[in-house]
Ligand binder design. Structure first.
Ligand SMILES: [Zn+2]
Ligand SMILES: [Zn+2]
Length: 288
């Protein structure tokens, strides 16, 4: 069994795949950089983030995510192995609906699951530890959307696989939706002052998601929506701020380097399950 999984992973993660994926990531990233930078300049939004080394770190996260190495090596290997056994879950309940409403429903249902998974990443102390990699960024830019810990990506991908399997959506249904997703989530992490007018209550705008990254306690665990903000308004987790937060990140957690942003979940886990006070007690007991 283990050999089967490893062989699948090695074949999937061929260097050709990785080079193609990284090139795609570079191209999509450059197109977004040009579009979003020009829009930010046009609206008089800050652009200093692009001169920060933190933007460089997020750009590396962007390329890593796009390389799909994380998925090819871990998630796809597990999913590839399980999919045969879980085929019974492929209920395809929307089969028979015309293409347009079917694809819209795929999108809305998956976004609904994404909302609850995001909430869980904030309420589960283990998942929160890994989600701190995303939230510890104090210099937001569109590339921050891809700043996620590899462990978090594996768990999220595995969970998202369930609704995709049940819905039975073919891959071609996902490609346009995927790019809309990338664009929407990229602008949410930009400095564009967009609220989307009355659509603020339906779609997650840059203003809406900026609050999710606020360092202020009253904004914590709010505005989880990925594409749709409507879930937050329905389930009582929305908060509306008149202006963007003045500071982003997490109180008491700094990730000045790329390595520290990858290591921070393990520090958070240690503080959660073995806080300093307890470590000191053990130390004193040993010494006495
Ligand atoms: Zn979050
Ligand atoms: Zn975010």
């Amino acid at each position: 069994m283990l050999w089967e999984v490893l062989r699948w992973a090695v074949n999937a993660a061929s260097s050709h795949h990785v080079v193609v994926n990284v090139s795609k990531g570079l191209l999509v990233g450059l197109v977004l950089l040009i579009i979003i930078y020009c829009l930010e300049r046009y609206y008089g939004a800050p652009t200093g983030q692009y001169r920060s080394r933190h933007f460089g770190y997020d750009a590396l996260y962007w390329l890593w995510t796009y390389s799909h190495l994380n998925r090819l090596l871990f998630t796809s290997a597990i999913i590839g192995f399980l999919s045969g056994k879980l085929a019974v879950l492929n209920l395809n309940p929307l089969h028979g609906l015309p293409v347009v409403p079917r694809y819209i429903l795929y999108w809305v249902i998956v976004d609904f699951f994404a909302y609850w998974i995001h909430r869980w990443r904030h309420t589960s102390s283990v998942m929160w530890a890994f989600h701190t990699t995303h939230h510890s960024q104090e210099t937001l830019s569109f590339a921050t959307v891809m700043r996620g810990h590899p462990v978090e990506y594996v768990v999220t991908d595995l969970l998202m696989f369930v609704p995709l399997l049940v819905l039975g959506a073919p891959p071609k249904a996902w490609l346009p939706i995927y790019y809309v997703h990338v664009f929407m989530e990229a602008i949410q992490h930009s400095h564009l002052p967009w609220r989307f007018g009355p659509l603020y209550y339906v779609f997650a705008s840059p203003m809406f998601h900026s609050v999710h990254h606020s360092v202020s306690a009253e904004h914590h665990d709010r505005n989880f929506g990925g594409i749709l903000s409507i879930w937050d308004f329905l389930f009582g987790t929305a908060v509306t701020a008149a202006q963007r937060p003045s500071k982003y990140g997490l109180q008491g957690i700094a990730t000045p380097t790329l390595v520290s942003s990858l290591v921070v979940p393990f520090r958070v886990l240690r503080e959660t399950y073995w806080p300093v006070a307890e470590r000191r007690t053990v130390h004193v007991e040993k010494a006495s």
